[in-house]
Every structure is written in structure tokens, then in C-alpha cells.
Write a protein that binds this ligand. Structure first.
Ligand code: FAD
Length: 379
């Protein structure tokens, strides 16, 4: 019998478990797969708290506060388990790929610059100096120095190592089929038998909806598949992430490697990389950084971002003791440290943090309609 059972061992489930462990609760983390399979391991690792927002909101504030936790967190992991999550506050260059994207980027610049005077517009000469001529100037360019990045694969590994060292029970290859409550105790019916807990947290990423059928809330969560390339280029020196309004980004990683992301396919929870996706990513990356034409392809992969309507995560207590924490879409890595702490506090104190009132579930959500209106690029 557990105090808390967490369904899903991505960054969201594991961050909650890590924070909950401090309260001395008995915790189980359950996953139908083995580590390494899903979004948390596949991400670009950008900590784009400013890049991702065009106006003030509770989510924007959470994102900035969460981003600012990574420096200390990276030290904590180094000391605890020796894993370097490769945290860098290396800044981000955001560029309008097309002339029609300029008004939107100008509005975002106004918003960001009012709050942080370090965010500035770059001229062609500024961009050339900052990137040693590697990046082609287009239409409008802004520089966001405080946005950073980590290695998402290593971050997820470090979380896993932390849970293992804490003695938290982890169940792999264990699919949760149903969650039922009887006499104040939750029973999770799984592929490996029943697991009992006082409280349950569903952090199953894009698949969370399947477990929410009973609440008629399943429509509110889906997945947006993304494809990514990892390439190598010995001659390219670039510190900053380059993020374009077309949806393509280039994130410099260790050892002259560059992560090129990402396509977006709405309502697609499949695995695999398409030729069309690879072509689109290469073309976009070369268009902004021409010397990438001479790069060597190392790897390609895909992952599924958990999506909820209006790109707003769902962080709710559906009935006493049953929580759903998902839908962090493109920013789950960024948001995970703070969300982990806040959800742990909520579970321990039995009191919803004020900020989470904003993220209650909308039953029978209107995902595709909303996505088609607001969604980002598809190939
Ligand atoms: C290509 C790509 C690039 C990205 N880039 C960034 C980025 O640069 N910065 C950023 O902040 N975010 C980024 N993201 C988003 C980020 O990866 C996600 O928001 C985050 O990983 C979601 O974490 P999660 O724990 O909710 O879900 P997941 O990592 O998907 O984990 C959910 C887990 O739940 C398990 N599960 C589901 N259902 C069940 C069940 N019934 N029983 C048992 N287990 C179950 C699954 O097996 C899975 O392991 C990116 C995502 C992708 C795909």
C-alpha cells in the first residue's frame, strides 16, 4: 500500500516523485515502458521561458521561475549522482522566417523587452558578430540572453538516478488500465496486478486521456508528434539556440553537435521519422545556417508532446486524491522542476496552490479546433 502512486515516469511524474520523497511518503512510480522511450528523453532541452511567451500569464511566470531553478538543479545532480545535465544559460536568437511573421515577433519583443531590458533587437551586423557569421539575417531578429538549455536525455536520466537512490519503488513494463476508488483507497489495475494507494497522480503525458474516460475528460488531452535530427559539424561555432518562427530550431550541444527540431503532427501518437520530416528539418536549418549543408547526420528520432487545449497544461484534482498533471506540450522539460515542487506541496498539504486554479480540466475539450487556430507549423 502506497501513500502516492504516480502513473508515468517522464519528467513530470519523476519531478513530482523527487519532490514528494522529501515528505517521507511511500511512493510508487509506474510506467508501461522502460526509460528512454517517450517525450522527456526526446526533447530539444530548450529552457525557452521567454521565447515561448508573447504576453503575461500564470504559465509564463511559472516558466521563468522554473527556468531559474536549473542552475542549482544541475549542481545538485552532479553532487548526487555525477550526471552532468549540460545546463547552459547560452541565450536564444529568435528570427522571423517570413515577412508576415514580423508583426508577431515585434509584439513579442515589446512584451519581453518591457520586462527584461537585456532582450534586444539585433541588426544584421549584431547577428554577424554574435554568431561569427554563421546565421543568416532574416526580416527581424531578437536576442534573449537568459533563456538556456540542458541535455534532456541526461536530465531525465539524472531524475531516474535520483529516484533510484531515494529508494522510490519503480515499476517498468506495467501498464495501468484502470483507476478505481473503494473505501477511500485507490486500486490501480495494471498489467502486472493491482497496486493500492491513498492518492494517485496521472502523469502519463499524451496518453493520460485514456485513463480519464471515467471522468469524461479524455478529449482534453492528445499528442503532437515531433521529429528531431542530431548532426555534427566540426567547423561551426555557435553558442546560442536559433529559433525560427517557421517552427524549426537549432540547439548547439556538446562536441560540435547540433540538435535540429522539430516537426509537429497533431493527434499523432506514433513512433518513427518520415523522409518528409527529415527533408523539412534539413531545409529549414540550412536556410538559416547555410554551413549546415556540410554536416554529418548522427541520429534521428521522434517523440510525442502532450497537448491540451489552448496549449494550457491540465493540473487538476478530479476527485479527492486523484490528480492529473499533464499537457505541458512544448515546455514540459522547462516547467518540470517547479511543477514537481508545487504538486508535491499540494498533495502533502491537501491544498491546491492558488496558481493551479488556472489549469483545471475542460471536459470534452476542443483540441483540434483550437490547434488549427493557434497551432504551430506542420510539414
Ligand atoms: C521533439 C520534441 C521536442 C521537445 N523540446 C522541448 C524543449 O526543448 N523544451 C521543453 O521544455 N520541452 C520540450 N518538449 C516537450 C517535453 O518533452 C514534454 O512536455 C515532456 O517531456 C512531457 O513529460 P511527461 O512526463 O508529461 O510525458 P512523457 O515523457 O511522455 O512521459 C509519460 C510517461 O507515461 C507513461 N504512460 C502513459 N500511459 C501510461 C499507462 N496507462 N500506464 C503506465 N504508464 C503510462 C508513458 O510510457 C511515458 O513514459 C519536446 C517534446 C518533443 C517531442
Amino acid at each position: 500500500m502506497y501513500d502516492v502512486a504516480i502513473v508515468g515516469s517522464g519528467v513530470i511524474g519523476m519531478s513530482i516523485a523527487k519532490a514528494l520523497h522529501r515528505s517521507g511518503m511511500k511512493i510508487a512510480v509506474i510506467d508501461r515502458d522502460v526509460p528512454g522511450e517517450h517525450a522527456s528523453y526526446k526533447a530539444g532541452g530548450m529552457l525557452g521561458a521567454q521565447n515561448e511567451f508573447k504576453g503575461d500569464s500564470k504559465l509564463y511566470r511559472l516558466a521563468v521561475a522554473s527556468r531559474d531553478k536549473f542552475k542549482a538543479l544541475s549542481r545538485e545532480f552532479m553532487e548526487e549522482n555525477g550526471i552532468d545535465i549540460e545546463y547552459r544559460r547560452s541565450g536564444l536568437i529568435k528570427m522571423a522566417s517570413h515577412a508576415e511573421d514580423v508583426p508577431g515577433l515585434d509584439a513579442q519583443y515589446d512584451f519581453l523587452h518591457r520586462r527584461d531590458s537585456q532582450v534586444r533587437l539585433l541588426s544584421k551586423a549584431d547577428l554577424e558578430a554574435l554568431t561569427l557569421g554563421a546565421v543568416e539575417y532574416r526580416n527581424r531578429v531578437i536576442h534573449i540572453p537568459d533563456d538556456g538549455q540542458i541535455n534532456a536525455w541526461k536530465y531525465t536520466k539524472a531524475l531516474l538516478a535520483s529516484l533510484t537512490a531515494s529508494g522510490i519503488d519503480r515499476f517498468c513494463h506495467t501498464e495501468v488500465h484502470r483507476v478505481n476508488k473503494k473505501f477511500d483507497v485507490y486500486t490501480l489495475s495494471t498489467s502486472s496486478g493491482e497496486i493500492h494507494a491513498d492518492k494517485v497522480i496521472i502523469a502519463g503525458g499524451a496518453w493520460s486521456g485514456k485513463l480519464l474516460d471515467a471522468q469524461k475528460a479524455n478529449m482534453a488531452i492528445t499528442g503532437v508528434k515531433g521529429e528531431v535530427l542530431l548532426v555534427e559539424h566540426d567547423g561551426l561555432t555557435l553558442e546560442q539556440t536559433v529559433f525560427t518562427t517557421s517552427g524549426c530550431y537549432i540547439v548547439p550541444k556538446n562536441k560540435n553537435r547540433f540538435l535540429i527540431g522539430a516537426t509537429s503532427y497533431f493527434d499523432d501518437l506514433t513512433v518513427g521519422v518520415s523522409d518528409a520530416g527529415v527533408e523539412w528539418l534539413k531545409r529549414q536549418a540550412m536556410d538559416h545556417i547555410p554551413c549546415l549543408a556540410a554536416c554529418r547526420m548522427l541520429k534521428k528520432w521522434s517523440g510525442v508532446r502532450p497537448y491540451a487545449a489552448y496549449e494550457k497544461p491540465i493540473m487538476d484534482e478530479l476527485e479527492p486524491g486523484l490528480f492529473v498533471i499533464t499537457g505541458h506540450y512544448r515546455n514540459g522539460i522547462l516547467l518540470s522542476p517547479l511543477i514537481g515542487e508545487l504538486v508535491a506541496e499540494w498533495v502533502v498539504k491537501d491544498q491546491r496552490p492558488e496558481v493551479f486554479r488556472e489549469f483545471q480540466i475542460t471536459k470534452g475539450g476542443v483540441n483540434s479546433e483550437v490547434y488549427n487556430q493557434w497551432g504551430s507549423t506542420r510539414v
